[in-house]
Design a protein around this ligand. Sequence first.
Ligand SMILES: Cc1ncc(COP(=O)(O)O)c(C=O)c1O
Length: 400
Amino acid sequence: MVYRTDFAATRAFFDLPEGVTYLDGNSLGPLPRHAARRVHEMMTDEWGKMLITAWNKAGWMAAPRTVADRMAPLIGAAPGTVVLGDTLSIKFYQALASALEMRPDRTVILSDSGNFPSDLYMAEGLIKSLGAGHELRVVAPEDVAGAITDDLAVLMLTEVDYRTGRRHDMADLTARAQAVGALTVWDLAHSAGAFPVKLEDCGADFAVGCTYKYLNGGPGAPAFIYVAPEHADTARPALSGWLGHQAPFAFDLDYRPGHGIDRMRVGTPPMLQVAALDAALDVWDIADIGEVRARSIELGERFISGVESRCPDIVLGSPRDPKKRGSQIAFRHPEGYAIMQALISDGVIGDFRAPDTLRFGICPLFLDKQDIDRAVDVLERILRERLWDREEFKRRAAVT
Ligand SMILES: Cc1ncc(COP(=O)(O)O)c(C=O)c1O
């Protein structure tokens, strides 16, 4: 396939260490070359010289909206419908709380066992705090469509499974949920920046995601929340912080929610992180998200066929049909953790998810065919020579 996106240029956009094949952009995107300079300028020219006046003069106060608008096209959202802030867990809590309140006569929340645990934990916590008898029903991913019943209040799903990369059909499940009068909350952590998401076309009600994975905003980069325009002025923000108030600097004693998506802001935005994310988003000036998806499939297929033909001991854990998966490929092996540590020590970085999954993020913005072939070569050697079978590779670190 001939691409209009210059993938050599997008690769040059990132500052990857020599000798490293980075297959973990699905967990933490790499450093954009000019992000450090951008953050440095922000610190010296804005924080350093403007001090507090930068909230107005440098546009800091508006940045959670203006920077969100830069990423909105990647997720099929109109300008003014997305805002940045806080962490994904918090944005998820906000979305679910607002959605539940919009269905006061219903108590069932449906999710699946492929959801990221934090989303399930946040739902459990919210249910306890509300004390209104909500029930969290968790079914297998393939059973979600059949579990959408008339009593459903909210369908809350992560579009792409963090372990297997299996992708839900967002348009279909949203339509099914809405047909029974329920609302949807989509977690786009493994979608945004990986492939085109069409929130408006799907009619999704709420969506949340992080910006440190495929959007390369750096560790601790702010999360985002999307609220469909038809709900934006009615959804009540459960976390009613001062920056979501209609007039934060009126310092009223009573909370009045702001207009539209602004009401989903909570407190002071992390401006150093927003500056880094803003720099990272520059890559989309030269990259087309549809082509990123096409190239991710091309590289992913190459990786799967290479591993399957040369590493017989390891089993594909992702859907074989590329249309049914996101941008990461999972392989399974009982010694997956040690194998991944051996790979990392050889400069091929992926990660591991319990109990037995090796995850490889296929991010074409900075990966090419040579990277894929090198990863297959190294994996084959590690397995063939049992190089993983060493104590040092079996010792579990805090982050896997
Ligand atoms: C799908 C999904 N949801 C939620 C989270 C939690 O994100 P955070 O730690 O930013 O709150 C993650 C973290 O990786 C995730 O992958």
